[in-house]
Ligand binder design. Structure first.
Ligand code: ATP
Length: 306
């Protein structure tokens, strides 16, 4: 009997998310500095007669179990490219918050690509998997890659970045998610709507931020984060004003810096060391300004078979 193939895939935080002008096609060019962090979804691909999806873990109830699931779409795409039916049972064991701005769905798509490739013996190259990932969503290639990377275009054209140390993070998880397209729409609205939103400067990575990552220098990274590196943060705060309290609580409890993670509503706090991170998580949980707080580190490895 063939057993399943399990892949572990990390969440990400955008240490920079510079959002460029609104393009005529409705998308935005980005300068996106991704850092993979140690919260993982596990995707298991097992033999089955037809495509079937199951999901367990926190927030599993909000994950679609039909072909709109990003993991299902990944299996369908890989199967189509290799002229075979997408017959597989995909089980997602979720730990990445759903609709939390940490690329959980993208992680599952990356996990499904790798797991199905191994289960079916399709023998896709790394380059092919990255290309299929980019077709599925702009964050999927990074979920395959892990570590840290600069994403240009819609975020999918990746250049790996050097990271000179381990950063300690606390993630404050919120009740309920935020819709990424809605957060982008709010960002454009706050910029004055079209055509004003089409006239903002082209996004560029922050040299001081890349230097702080390369040096593994948490205080230097915090100084850049404090200057505002997430262009979606004002929009997320506008849609969910209570996140301001979460950020203030984390900063008052000793975080070096606090930002909204991607499109939110998860908030990411940088801590000095592991001890400070645990104290910060306790303070955040005690404050009642988040549903739960999770301590972890980054960079973390990309999708890999376990
Ligand atoms: P990002 O940070 O990439 O913008 P996110 O982390 O905010 O995304 P996801 O957890 O990826 O959000 O989920 C966004 C929506 O996608 C969910 O509300 C859900 O309806 C849908 N979805 C489809 N497939 C999945 C999946 N495998 N896991 C979670 N959500 C999924």
């Amino acid at each position: 009997m063939t057993t399943g193939v399990t892949v572990s895939v990390p969440a990400k935080v955008n240490v920079q998310l510079a959002v460029g002008p609104l393009r005529p096609d409705g998308y935005h060019d980005l300068a996106n500095v991704f850092l993979a962090v140690g919260l993982y979804d596990r995707v298991t691909a097992a033999p089955a007669d037809t495509l079937r999806i199951t999901c367990t873990g926190p927030g599993a109830g909000q994950v679609p179990l039909d072909r709109s699931n990003l993991a299902a779409r990944a299996a369908v795409l890989l199967a189509a490219r290799h002229g075979r039916p997408p017959a597989v049972h995909l089980h997602i064991d979720k730990d990445i918050p759903v609709a939390g701005g940490m690329a959980g769905g993208s992680a599952d798509a990356a996990g499904a690509l790798l797991a199905c490739d191994a289960l079916w013996g399709t023998g896709a190259t790394r380059q092919e998997l990255l290309g299929l990932g980019a077709e599925l969503g702009s964050d999927v290639p990074f979920s395959l890659l892990g570590g840290a990377a600069l994403g240009r275009g819609r975020g999918e054209r990746l250049t790996p970045l050097d990271v000179g140390g381990r950063f300690h993070w606390v993630f404050a998880l919120a009740d309920g998610g935020l819709s990424t397209p809605e957060v982008y729409r709010e960002c454009d609205r706050l910029r004055g709507g079209p055509p004003a939103a089409s006239r903002v400067p082209e996004p560029e990575p922050e040299p001081a931020l890349l230097a702080a990552l390369a040096g593994g220098d948490a205080p230097a990274l915090a100084a850049v984060l404090a200057g505002g590196t997430n262009d979606l943060q004002p929009a997320a705060l506008s849609l969910r004003p209570a996140l301001r309290h979460t950020l203030d609580t984390g900063l008052a409890a000793g975080a070096l810096a606090g930002i909204v993670s991607g499109s939110g509503p998860t908030c990411a706090f940088l801590a000095k060391d592991a001890e400070a991170a645990h104290a910060l998580a306790e303070a955040l949980e005690a404050s009642g300004t988040c549903r739960a707080a999770r301590v972890t580190t980054g960079p973390a490895p990309g999708a890999r078979i376990v």
